[in-house]
Design a protein around this ligand. Sequence first.
Ligand SMILES: CC(C)(COP(=O)(O)OP(=O)(O)OC[C@H]1O[C@@H](n2cnc3c(N)ncnc32)[C@H](O)[C@@H]1OP(=O)(O)O)[C@@H](O)C(=O)NCCC(=O)NCCS
Length: 427
Amino acid sequence: MNYDEHGHGYSIHRRPDPRIASRIHAALGDARTVANVGAGSGSYEPDDRYVLAFEPSKVMRAQRSPGLAPAISARAESLPLDDDSVDAAMAILTVHHWLDPVAGLKQLRRIARRAVAVLTIDVTMLPSYWLLAEYVPEVTEIDSRCFPAIELITETLGGTASVESIPIPSDCSDGFVEAYWARPEAFLNDDVRAAQATWKSVPSGVESRAISMLEADLASGRWDERHGHLRGQSSYDAGLVLVMSQPARAFRISSPCLRCRPEGARIMTAVIRQIRPSDYRPVISVIDDWWNGRHMADKLPRLFFEHFTDTSFAAERDGELAGFLIGFVSQSHPAEAYIHFVGVHPDKRGCGLGRQLYEHFFAAVQARGRNLVRAVTSPVNRGSVRFHQRMGFDIEPGDSEVDGITVTSGYDGDKNDRVRFVKRLAT
Ligand SMILES: CC(C)(COP(=O)(O)OP(=O)(O)OC[C@H]1O[C@@H](n2cnc3c(N)ncnc32)[C@H](O)[C@@H]1OP(=O)(O)O)[C@@H](O)C(=O)NCCC(=O)NCCS
């Protein structure tokens, strides 16, 4: 859409919704400096960090609220910033307007050292939205061409990516076309539609046809017969998704290695990426060996490699598995996350890889609003106890002591005592 021509009045009907804003801001993690690309009138820009906004439309730039710094005139495809110059980059309901989304997404990854957050629409969900299915089916076809597929976004951003669906509240204050799923009358208001790019993309005559049909169906009660149940619903999944990506981290660890101390400092390069189902076999085939012959494989079923991939990681060195971490955000405790397993190849221990895996996990769960991490280990695993202590975990109170370490007896069943760890993440 040509925002210079059609962007007037945007700031009235497109006020950021606080519930959506909190999800976006959590995705930015602890970033202090943020680039907002395709910033529009500045919706969803956090006010507690330094924001550099980029927006090519003069009309949109002029609608930024007085409290925001002015936006720079630039397109996503060529951002005037050096590589790795901001902590995080965000792109909010804008990627589908870019001339070359892949080039723009590569720019986001190029300029951001850490998180990239992209709010967009999963077009595969569009046909289930009543407005598009019944009144403007043309949009589904047009949007399918404009909105990049979610897989294309995650692949282009690379690194470790996760996709979170964002339910749209029934009273959403940001009037994009999916926002009025429970308030059909809103579409009869010309100003509401004027702030929705959707209507500018359809051939002439389509908008007036669709709105006349909707008006008639509302007057006759037909809309309510079919969709009236939505009016009582508090939120709806219309395909709004937040794609979050952290860079693949090729890092060099130059601290002196415990095992190689006689040779002096050793430098190791590894890449940490999200775990995949195909990692199950490689991990399971080494796990007993890595745990010093203890039988561990049964404790790590395949489900962790299928259903916890957002917060579980594999580390590779020269294409070989060098370490892994399996963790998840708690379903029951909204501020907590849990590390179930961590393992580093015996030849690569003491070089900081375990620490890197933990820090990767901390960043991933902080981005999901978690600030407390728990883990347990067996009291016989002295290396694990010391590792957790070095990683800043405290030992939780227990009911007995083994060699001076507090344990909770029978925590995982008869004779399965555990040392319980907890760490509060810095906010
Ligand atoms: C525990 C384990 C993951 C640590 O991985 P690692 O890559 O060797 O750990 P790092 O090199 O990142 O060490 C991080 C810190 O912990 C300390 N540490 C790690 N292992 C230690 C050990 N056995 N004894 C004392 N300190 C240890 C390191 O000195 C380092 O401290 P520092 O940074 O303050 O100097 C690894 O030893 C392992 O895979 N063990 C077998 C599997 C296991 O027991 N997993 C844990 C239970 S699920």
